[in-house]
Design a protein around this ligand. Sequence first.
Ligand SMILES: Cc1cc2nc3c(=O)[nH]c(=O)nc-3n(C[C@H](O)[C@H](O)[C@H](O)COP(=O)(O)O)c2cc1C
Length: 336
Amino acid sequence: MAGRIAPPAQDQLLACIEAAVRAPSIHNSQPWQFLLLPDGVEVHSDPSRRLPAIDPAGRALHISLGAAVLNLRLALEHFGRRTRTELLPDPQDRRHVATVWAEEPQEPGRDVDELYGAIARRHTNRMPFQDVPPPQEDLQALTRAAEAEGAVLRFPEPGERDFLLSLARTSDERHRGDRAYRAELRLWTTDDPYREDGIPLTAVGPYSEGGLTTLRDLAPEREVPGRAAVRFEPEPTVGVLALPGEDGPLQWLRAGQAMQRVLLEATRRGLSTSVFTQALDDPELRRMLHRPGDHTTPYVGLRVGYGPPAPVTPRRPVDEVITFTRPVPIRPPRLS
Ligand SMILES: Cc1cc2nc3c(=O)[nH]c(=O)nc-3n(C[C@H](O)[C@H](O)[C@H](O)COP(=O)(O)O)c2cc1C
């Protein structure tokens, strides 16, 4: 048929899903399902993987899904396709968060190939980083990566950064006083080497010896063999990723894509990263961070620097996250 664009090969689409599931997700919950179309992929959220205690609104869930969408886009582009992405394409189905369409052939270019190559090398690093700040040139590249996805990435000055970190710690302490949060955290941290989701205890990192840290204590009540208190970098390089527009699922998905592009750009440049959302996901604490005249909402905090190699976390295999029938929609509530 003249003019018709050939659909991507099935094995390429599977490789794209393989890339999508490498995305970071809150507590490694992997809250996604993928429906293969002849010429694209639908991304659906998996409500059974929601984390009601840490993420009652589904903010972190959508940020995680956004990260998977970015990986999917990059993978399709790596396989030589231009892509078009529709976010929340069906107003009657909140579960259907995106469709990524494979369009006409296009040479991928070096940026796409290198970012795609970084997908498998990116891991959350909860170890102390060296007392060496990343070069300005790299931080500017991260800022541009965020801008490419319609977001703003700022690296606050030490005073503002330390205030943010103190609020993050306040948020962590509040959470730890919450039984439901602790029970959920216990469910999603694991010493089972065969488990394919959740955060392995080998990845929770050491305790922080005094000082400020961006890290949430992921195993406050568990015996983690060899877990010690160590000194973290006293002057961490911390970025805040924000977007203009209404704070809701659409912006959360955009924030997730921007976060993932920044993390991949950092990985490509040899930087270690970890992310945090505490303080930023709490409306009361977020208000305290508000700067006059700033019309953006912060979604994700990022720590960047030079760390030792980070442990790899598991993923569910592709055949468990592919669905062959469209998942049952979640309809928006009726306004009476
Ligand atoms: C929205 C979001 C919030 C996260 N918040 C935290 C956090 O507060 N502390 C933390 O150590 N890791 C956090 N993470 C990282 C996840 O725990 C991590 O991505 C997951 O365990 C998978 O590991 P990986 O990133 O090494 O692939 C977050 C990830 C996402 C997507």
